[in-house]
Design a binder for this molecule. Structure first.
Ligand SMILES: Nc1nc2c(ncn2[C@@H]2O[C@H](COP(=O)(O)OP(=O)(O)O)[C@@H](O)[C@H]2O)c(=O)[nH]1
Ligand SMILES: [Mg+2]
Length: 260
């Protein structure tokens, strides 16, 4: 059978198994000072998705994460790629560059996740499989079965309030709009790159999910428990929170033009 100019051979007629083996999946790992976590994340991701590619997007981390990624990449020729960026510009800008690079790497499925083990790698296979059926997949902390582990009350409050604010303002059906554990089919990423995404920080997550929903792409939400980061420290800042508060308002207007 020929799909998208690729040949699929059926051994037992199970389409999901066959497509799983032949679709090219790229897992994007943005890093800023994540050397301890990255060492463990790479083999962990490959243990769940042995055929995937990993793209590390490093913003010239002072702790040498980028150099470490280059060293580890020697162990995984053609499977581990590293995108070096000059300076820290925020998670949103790192992902924008990562999306473009993932398309160049011929990816069919593109999965994004934090590099600190907060997003459980055990779900990678489920997300990748769901992308055969849905245009995009959202990990969710705020649907039944999801949650956060060991978060202090102010971090919980901030996340909940931020989500409520964005959801009400945008009239979104999504409970976890700020979450960063997501998977996309190539066509959704191609579409998103045409949208006016302009967040530097975490409000990028609100933008990508909202534009994809406005375009009418099909999606699945998968609950997960957000774990405490394994090592290193969070890059969350007041500036990032303020940007999200500020950018969500004009987004409401911009989305209208993109609604199908
Ligand atoms: N390349 C890049 N990665 C970033 C930047 N800011 C955060 N990250 C990465 O994005 C992920 C989530 O960031 P984190 O600080 O853990 O956010 P938190 O989980 O909300 O506390 C981690 O893998 C970070 O290393 C950035 O400016 N550039
Ligand atoms: Mg984190």
């Amino acid at each position: 059978m020929k799909v998208n100019n690729r040949i699929y051979i059926f051994v037992d007629g199970d389409l999901s198994i066959r497509l799983d083996t032949f679709m090219k999946t790229t897992v994007l790992l943005p890093t800023y000072n994540e050397s301890e976590n990255l060492k463990e994340m790479i083999p962990t991701v490959f243990s769940f998705l042995p055929h995937c590619q990993i793209l590390v997007i490093d913003d010239n981390s002072p702790d040498g994460t980028g150099k470490l990624a280059d060293e580890i990449s020697l162990k995984y020729p053609n499977q581990l790629h590293v995108l070096h960026r000059q300076k820290k510009e925020g998670l949103g800008k790192a992902y924008l560059a990562g999306f473009q690079e993932a398309l160049k790497l011929d990816s069919d499925h593109i999965i994004q996740m934090d590099t600190d083990f907060s997003h459980p790698p055990t779900l990678l296979r489920e997300i990748d499989k769901a992308l055969q059926k849905y245009d995009f997949v959202l990990g969710s902390r705020y649907i039944p079965g999801g949650g956060t582990e060991n978060w202090e009350w102010h971090r919980r409050l901030l996340s909940r309030a931020g989500n409520l604010y964005a959801r009400l303002l945008l009239g979104s059906p999504i409970r976890d709009l700020t979450g960063g554990f997501k998977g996309f089919n190539r066509k959704v990423i191609e579409y998103l790159l045409l949208c006016p995404l302009d967040s530097s920080g975490y409000s990028f997550q609100i933008e990508t999910t909202s534009y994809a929903i406005a375009a009418g792409y099909s999606y699945l939400e998968i609950p997960f428990i957000f774990a405490e980061r394994r090592s290193g420290s969070s890059k969350m800042s007041k500036k990032i929170i303020l940007e999200a508060l500020k950018k969500t308002f004009p987004l409401r207007k911009k989305l209208k033009a993109f609604r199908k």
